[in-house]
Write a protein that binds this ligand. Sequence first.
Ligand code: PFF
Length: 456
Amino acid sequence: MTNNNRANFGSKIGVILASAGSAVGLGNIWRFPYETGNHGGAAFILIYLACVLVLGIPIMVSEFLIGRRSQANTAGAYQKLAPRTHWRWVGRMGVLAGFLILGYYSVVAGWTLEFIIEAASGSFVGKTAADYISSFTTFSTNPWRPLVWLVLFLLSTHFIIARGVEKGIEKSAKIMMPMLFILLLILAVCSLSLPGAGTGVEFLLKPEWEKVNASVFLGAMGQAFFSLSLGMGCLCTYASYFKPDTNLTKTAFSVSLIDTFVAILAGLIIFPAAFSVGIQPDAGPSLIFITLPNVFQQAFSGVPLLAYVSSVLFYVLLAVAALTSTISLHEVVTAYLHEEFQLSRKRAASLVTGGCIFLGILCSLSLGVGKEYTLFGLTLFDLFDFVTAKIMLPLGGLFIALFTGWYLDKKIVREEVSNKGTLKMPFYKLLIFILKFIAPIAIALIFIKELGFLKL
Ligand code: PFF
């Protein structure tokens, strides 16, 4: 069932970096710290790590094998592997989730552009923690400024998507990902050396189990899916561009390891810094935008040039990490429209970009002038985040596990995991056991426990 005309990633390292590029993004550096802060710290992180290991890696292998086997976009994949069944709705729900995530994710991605300009124009210098908070609030609730950045960000995504898989997606990931790792490492060292950093480290390492409830589990599970780009067919779409010799299990391990490493590193940067300047860790989505400018100023207070360069570079790389993720979200929807509705790739991409600009504008305004319009007490921005990360992605993951564990012919699963018998499969039995029983039961239990909370 291969399609020789289909685009491919050109190299093994390209496969890993593009998939890791999708996984590593605002989810690690922006969302992970504030979710950890909202859910009490170390205990959340441990549950998160368990979710990555037990749910994330097996479901990632599943998405990979569904994508590579079918050589199709995520909705088309289920139609090929399970023709005339309702499984196609799993793929369609994924496409919808991708569209919604891209809508609100691009708003935050746009903020990173504003911060590049602020850092580059030296406006972080000489401010107090309270100044950072007020200038962030003024910016994010402004009706116009964030919209300009949002549109600019989506147009950049559009441009790369239009260039295609190898020249656009793979090439950008290969350059930017290594730069991001190096800068994060340097920043972690700086943040850990700030006075009072110890309280932040303790917050990250000392679990307070008595604070753990069902919502902490749902939060950790949602974060794992979001951060690993799982549950909506994103990695399934990327895997449709993998070559037959890509080792799916190894790639899933590498991507999860890189993603987790970056999230922990982000925690090690943000929390010591936040505690050191007296910002509460549960500040929510604004957390990194109010703590980090401070880190640069304080850590390099004696060397202003270093403070300047590192802050500009950080926001550039944050924007790039966001870009490699928005590309992957965009690709899910573009590939779907292109292949299922016979639209040209350019036309499909334009429709997605246009739709996301519209959604993004609504999400951005919901933080400022539209703040009073809420549903279930959430602004549109928060609602999109909640519905996608905490409901659609885990639900998608549940169905993906059931599909591979129960529905799909095990001959297909074996062939894909072992690359037609050429690779050893030391974890095969465990993989199937998890997909059949552990993952569906765990996800269902967390949902059921949380339903009481949802009713409230
Ligand atoms: N994993 C990305 C991040 O952590 O920023 C966000 C994301 C990308 C979620 C692609 C879902 C997805 F399909």
